[in-house]
Design a protein around this ligand. Structure first.
Ligand SMILES: [Zn+2]
Ligand SMILES: [Zn+2]
Length: 137
């Protein structure tokens, strides 16, 4: 896999990640569903220390979703860029897959919180289904 880059919908914020993703997950938990407004949420998990904002970092704002989960979004256009969870996923950033360039080539390797998956949503590859989070991604 090549390096990862991406941007928000208005293009003011852009980022670059020099290495392959740590993990790519589709999350079916109800918190992500509310947070994103989507039936499922897809994340490209990267090491926070290596994630570089090439422009617009000053436009990022952080919203505390829970006591340990934070959502980081563009204040110009509202696009969610990434989430962090200091308690469960220390040192990692969960980039919203839709903000990544070439996101078509980054398919989820795990589906997590499948017990909360919407019944009308079908996932063809059941080998990557997990209840809750089996391990640190
Ligand atoms: Zn933006
Ligand atoms: Zn979730």
């Amino acid at each position: 896999m090549k390096t990862i880059s991406g941007q928000c919908s208005c293009g003011e914020i852009a980022y670059h990640y020099p290495a392959p993703a740590v993990q790519i997950v589709a999350c079916h938990c109800s918190l992500c569903r509310r947070m994103t407004g989507a039936a499922l949420s897809s994340y490209v998990v990267v090491k926070s220390a290596e994630l570089v904002f090439t422009q617009g970092q000053q436009l990022l704002k952080t919203y505390a979703v829970t006591s340990h989960t934070q959502r980081h979004f563009c204040t110009a256009c509202g696009t969610s860029i990434y989430n962090t969870n200091q308690e469960k996923y220390t040192g990692l950033s969960m980039l919203y897959l839709g903000t990544v360039n070439l996101h078509e080539s980054l398919s989820p390797r795990m589906d997590i919180y499948c017990e909360n998956k919407l019944s009308w949503l079908s996932i063809t590859d059941s080998s990557r289904h997990f209840e809750n989070t089996p391990t640190r991604p």
